[in-house]
Design a protein around this ligand. Structure first.
Ligand code: G4P
Length: 529
């Protein structure tokens, strides 16, 4: 395997996720992207596949009823000489931790905004996360087939609320019922919208020249005149596209369209594969890893238990950062310092999956996990190093779990342990009693855990209030001091599912006082794996 083969494979990969507020159109746009990638034949199949899965799992039914998408899947498709990896993220805010970690595994993001609603709250939060790693953002303003707000106003809002410059790439011609298509600023072409082509790859009808005779013939003189003035105005008042500024996360190219009508999506996707960055370098505790590096490396950003109820397995999602995965290869599982043979890594295609023969930088592979893999784990071919920057947030909500059938304790422990590996909830076992405490970032997690315990582990449980307000992971180099702390603070100490020492505080004041009393002990609100 030569360096250049790895470099070539890496350079054509584009790995991204969609950030948006629920209902802005993420699912719809995902489906249209798969259509363009020839990964599905007809729009509607993603949703019907979802429906099949729901039929096999009550948990999924709950997801459907609540209108949330809990699972993350990875979709790969080729487009115009590139290999695109789209990492789906859960829409509901109670699963935001999962989304944050997924964003650590991408090289850029697509921000979908509802043209009628503008910048919404979830988008603001997700954008903050993208900022932490200066992830480049491409913007799609959706639902132009509806009565939207003035596009200039929406762009202004993106600039001021999200603090990023906007460079319009296309411009809408009319809105709502009068939506006729988009004008492309950089090719000087009008792309015409025709209704009723939402479930297939739409015809690509273009007219060269904003005020060409053909444009006047199709759009009418008045509309062309109005459009020309508007385009002039917008050109003068907005930013010009600047690739370097986009790659630095300072400027976002903006496209308009309708995901439902499958229009404007092609223009956006063409821009995406042209401008979005290939696999980017990543930091570890010893060196920077670049995608052209021949040595295989990767990190786990997500774990999903019982992903397919028929298989009842646990899958760890690994982002390949450098080198090449080959079937049957041996990898070093750095945290446990062990070489493991991986004969059967998975790739994902919407709800389907298959075994993968090889994978390259930017690709995501699924590793079967038998309890040894945790979120944040690094895999190499022998090198002792760890990728940094994959956060694990301290839960804010806590409940004690009580069994309906006390004889099911073992199954309960196993279930809670495995579900906590996914990272959305955490389980704590206090030093001083036999309680099991579940911590979560959002309330919905508790329902999901109870539901999944019943469905997947055949354990019925109830929740009770518990006197814990917040948790902090404990670190201290001084073993003697740590032992002293463990003795004196034992009533508020627990081990989490990963075996890490945790302080579970009954009040924030208690936490503060304890921190003051033990200045040499570190109390961390996020745990980096
Ligand atoms: P999400 O994943 O971001 O939550 O959004 P999703 O794609 O599910 O879209 C939310 C709703 O917005 C859906 O309607 C969808 O059909 C609609 N939608 C998406 N893109 C467009 C668009 O370009 N124009 C218009 N007019 N609507 C759009 P729904 O009624 O909730 O679901 P459905 O019954 O249509 O599937």
């Amino acid at each position: 395997m030569s360096d250049s083969q790895i470099a070539q494979a890496a350079d054509i990969r584009r790995t991204f996720a969609i950030i948006s507020h629920p209902d802005a159109g993420k699912t719809t746009i995902t489906e249209k992207l798969l259509l363009f990638g020839n990964a599905i034949q007809m729009a509607g199949s993603v949703k019907s596949k979802r429906a099949d899965r729901h039929a096999t799992s009550d948990w999924m039914k709950m997801e459907q009823e609540r209108g949330i998408s809990v699972t993350t899947s990875v979709m790969q498709f080729p487009y115009k000489g590139r290999m695109v990896n789209l990492l789906d993220t859960p829409g509901h805010e109670d699963f935001s931790e999962d989304t944050y970690r997924t964003l650590t595994a991408v090289d850029s993001a697509l921000m979908v905004i509802d043209g009628a609603k503008g910048v919404e709250e979830r988008t603001v939060k997700l954008m903050e996360v993208c900022r932490l790693r200066t992830t480049p953002i491409l913007t799609f303003i959706n639902k132009m087939d509806r009565e939207t707000r003035d596009p200039v106003e929406v762009m202004d809002e993106v600039e001021t609320v999200l603090n990023i410059q906007c460079a319009p790439m296309t411009w809408p011609i009319g809105v709502g019922k009068g939506f006729k298509g988009v004008y492309h600023f950089y090719t000087d072409e009008i792309h015409l919208y025709k209704q009723g082509q939402g479930s297939r790859i739409p015809d690509d009808v273009r007219i060269k020249g904003l005020d060409s005779p053909e444009a006047i013939e199709v759009l009418g003189e008045d509309l062309v005149e109005e459009l020309s003035m508007e385009v002039e105005l917008v050109r003068g008042a907005s930013h010009e596209f600047d690739l370097a500024a986009y790659r630095r996360g300072e400027l976002t190219p903006v496209y308009f369209g309708t995901a439902m009508g499958n229009f404007g999506v092609r223009e956006m996707l063409d821009g995406f594969v042209e401008y979005a960055p290939p696999p980017q370098p990543r930091d570890t505790d010893t060196r920077e890893v670049t995608a052209h590096d021949e040595r295989f490396t990767g990190f786990v950003f997500k774990i999903q238990a019982n992903m397919d109820p028929k298989h009842r397995d646990r899958v760890a999602f690994l982002r390949v950062c450098s080198g090449k995965y080959e079937k049957n290869m041996k990898m070093r599982h750095v945290r446990i310092n062990k070489d493991v043979k991986i004969p059967d890594a998975l790739t994902f295609m919407a709800a389907d999956r298959s075994h993968v023969e090889e994978a390259w930088p930017g690709d995501i592979i699924g590793l079967h996990n038998h309890g040894t893999i945790q979120i944040g784990d690094t895999f190499t071919i022998g090198e002792d190093m760890r990728f940094t920057g994959i956060p694990h947030f301290a839960p804010e909500l806590f409940k004690r779990v009580r069994l309906k059938d006390p004889l099911k304790m073992k199954a309960l422990q196993k279930g809670l342990q495995q579900l906590s590996e996914e990272g959305a909830t955490q389980v704590f076992q206090p030093f001083d009693n036999n309680d099991l405490i579940v911590g979560a970032v959002g309330t919905l997690q508790f329902d999901v855990v109870a539901h999944r315990l019943k469905e997947e582990y055949k354990v019925e449980c109830m929740y009770e209030a518990v006197n814990v307000k917040t948790a902090r992971w404990i670190y201290c180099d001084d073993i003697k001091m740590l032992e002293d702390f463990k003795r004196k603070a034992s009533t508020n100490l627990a081990y989490d599912g990963g075996g890490c020492l945790t302080y579970i505080a009954p009040t924030r004041v208690n936490l503060q006082l304890t921190q003051e009393r033990w200045p040499d002990i570190t109390f961390l609100a996020t745990r980096e794996h």
